[in-house]
Design a protein around this ligand. Structure first.
Ligand code: EPZ
Length: 429
């Protein structure tokens, strides 16, 4: 198993290219189920989650091809992916594959809409909380799906197709919004999703569906009105930049000091997080090429932050902010309101010398003068990267084990940070 070795203490200076968003690329790939024509996606990040989903789509009979890089483009340049679901030959998403990656559950709605049936494994719990799927099922049932549970599988059918309905989600769910939005794009009549997730990745998928022929009003708001189409066509769509990768590197720079251009990043996708970074003492400037983040010398100020659905501070940046606040000049509080158990990084950060007290959903972080490198264990994607941020500022060597978690969502992290002066290397086992 690969490990990442970091020797802390270097400032970050240079340019980091921001990849396409994992959490948009995955549902966009799934949207290919909705058409028998080719969907071409540009700016697809090279991540293990993308490869896992491609495998699941392959099992349905979908052709997934990835174009090579063009002359002059560096290794790892964003990729173009063609997905062609001319014929769906299998509508089962098996446990072994769904268990690997939760977003694969989102194939349920599109398969139902296209084929009238689907058998998709329940994803089960995961490291960050119980993560039920009741809202997904509620939404699809409202569109007329018949749903049964059988030996750990959701067995859904809609022999006469899906029909539009008004659905009000009692809680904001990104995944349930994706699932119902994609199904509604091919349902008969009009679907209204109230209290829809407003995360930019939902908007990205909605825009792609419009290019495929669906009519959707209210994109980027909490009320989506979808007039389904009998048939959707292929299109070309570029995945929007990854706001979580952007925020992660911005926090890394705030941690080490220095100045980095986050190339291709869009500030409007993470304004709440950038506001917190500025409050903490980083400078953030929008440029034509992306966002410039800098911190020169001054101490980090503590902050009080609670995670919440977009446009508020994202749960996917909570661990990274906590790593940053371990070095602040005072006491911060960080409250996690989305997932009940997203604090696995606390114990690992403590191994580096952080002072964090947990009480229910709130972590109280008392800044320390220094962190000291140690062996640590990655537990989930965002927790892992928080350890990298802490390690960049720690004295001496930190060895991060189980980096396959990182590879799910961060493209070439050691290269991106290494190019800006970090002492970081991957040790392949
Ligand atoms: C998406 O997960 C993201 N995943 C997560 O990113 C992200 O943390 C999360 O949204 C919140 O922003 C992808 O986009 C692939 P939810 P999702 O449904 O859709 C509860 C990462 O690191 N809920 O918005 O699974 C749920 O338990 C990942 O990239 C129900 O109660 O999250 C949670 O408390 C981790 N019933 C809350 O809603 C349901 O049916 C929000 O979850 C569904 C969800």
């Amino acid at each position: 198993m690969d490990r990442i070795r970091i020797v802390g203490g270097n400032r970050l200076n240079g340019t980091i290219p921001i990849s396409g968003a994992k959490n948009a690329a995955l549902p966009l790939m799934i949207a290919a189920i909705l058409t028998d024509e080719t969907l071409t996606l540009h700016n697809v990040p090279r991540l293990s989650d993308v490869r896992s989903l491609a495998q699941i789509l392959n099992n349905f009979g979908i052709d997934v091809t990835v174009a090579g890089k063009r002359a002059g483009q560096g290794e790892g340049y964003a990729r173009t992916m063609h997905l062609s679901a001319a014929e769906i030959v299998d509508t089962t998403a098996p446990y072994e594959l769904v268990a690997k990656m939760r977003a694969s559950f989102w194939v349920l709605g599109p398969l139902l809409a296209r084929c009238g049936k689907a058998r998709v494994s329940l994803p089960g719990g995961c490291a960050i909380g119980t993560r039920p799927v009741d809202l997904h099922l509620m939404g699809l049932e409202a569109l007329g799906a018949k749903i049964e549970l059988d030996a750990g599988y959701v067995v859904a059918s809609a022999p006469d197709g899906l029909t539009g309905a008004t659905i009000r989600f009692p809680k904001v769910s990104v995944g349930a919004t994706h699932n119902v939005l994609m199904a509604a794009a091919r349902a008969k009549g009009t679907t209204v999703i109230e209290n829809a997730a407003r995360e930019p990745e939902v908007g990205d998928v909605a825009r792609c569906l419009v290019a495929m022929g669906a009519e959707i009003d209210g994109i980027d708001t909490d009320t989506l009105v979808i007039r389904g189409a009998d048939r959707l066509t292929g299109t070309e769509h570029a995945v929007l930049p990854d706001r979580i990768e952007t925020g992660t590197y911005a926090m890394a720079v705030a941690m080490t000091g220095g100045e980095v251009l986050l190339e291709g990043a869009r500030g409007d996708l993470l304004q709440a997080a950038l506001d917190v970074l500025e409050e903490a003492g980083a400078e953030v400037t929008s440029t034509n090429n992306g966002l410039k983040v800098a911190r020169n010398g001054a101490a980090l100020h503590p902050v009080d932050v609670a995670t919440a659905p977009f446009p508020d501070f994202p749960t996917d940046l909570q661990a990274q902010l906590m790593a940053l606040m371990t070095r602040a000049d005072g006491v911060s509080t960080i409250t996690e309101t989305i997932f009940e158990n997203r604090f696995m990084h606390v114990q690992e950060l403590a191994r580096l010398g952080a002072d964090i007290a947990l009480d229910g959903d709130t972590a109280t972080v008392t800044g320390v003068d220094k962190l000291i490198g140690a062996p640590v264990m990655a537990t989930d994607l965002r927790a892992s990267v928080s350890l990298i941020i802490a390690a960049l500022a720690a004295e001496g060597e930190t060895m991060v084990q189980r980096v396959y978690h990182l590879d799910r969502g961060f493209e070439r992290i050691e290269e991106k940070l290494g190019n800006c002066g970090a002492a970081i290397e991957r040790i392949s086992a």
